[in-house]
Design a protein around this ligand. Structure first.
Ligand code: FES
Length: 183
């Protein structure tokens, strides 16, 4: 077993017992619970490589993001190379390898929101938080992402902060929204 993996002692102790869905040891730096959760998701798709995107979606939904260690387990279970999984994760913008902020900000850039100025709202969030799309602030509080139509076109442009929906957001209103979460 390689020591180069930078494994926490408790995880290291557990690793010898960690197995993928095929019973073969997987060498990763994850808790038992997380590996079991990934195995369960892969199993629910019959460990079918053709279901990779669905497996990644479910896993990201469960963990919030897809770090390399998680991709390792998925690759192992679906009998794919780590490079194949990584290629898909990095190709699609809706997958992220970076943990979201405590207050994830999602700007809808679907057609209705776009037409009503979502781009300018997005630019204002980027400027105020000094972040690019897909980035998380150094203090871990905020992250910015774009979404396609969230089904609230009547309220366009729409912004979500976590689960909370903000409608008819203008660039002038961005500071106040951020301010709510800085308290
Ligand atoms: S396009 Fe933004 S909610 Fe529909």
């Amino acid at each position: 077993m390689s020591q180069k993996l930078n494994i926490a002692p408790e995880v290291f102790a557990y690793m010898e017992h960690v197995t993928g869905t095929d019973g073969v040891a997987v060498r990763v730096n994850l808790s038992k619970e997380k590996i079991e959760k990934i195995n369960q998701i892969c199993n629910s798709f019959n460990n079918d490589a053709g279901e990779l995107i669905n497996v990644l979606h479910e896993t990201q939904h469960a963990f919030g993001y897809l770090p390399a260690e998680v991709q390792d387990v998925i690759a192992h279970n679906l009998h794919l190379s780590v490079a194949q999984v990584y290629a898909v994760v990095t190709f699609y913008s809706f997958f992220s390898m970076i943990p979201k902020g405590e207050h994830p900000i999602s700007i809808c850039t679907g057609t209705a929101c776009y037409v009503r100025g979502a781009e300018k709202v997005l630019e204002e969030f980027k400027k105020e938080l000094q972040l690019k799309v897909g980035e998380t602030s150094a203090d871990g509080k905020f992250s910015i992402n774009c979404l396609r139509c969230v089904g609230a076109c009547g309220l366009a442009p729409v912004v979500l902060v976590g689960e909370k929906v903000y409608g008819r957001v203008s660039p002038d209103g961005v500071k106040a929204i951020i301010g709510e979460y800085k308290k």
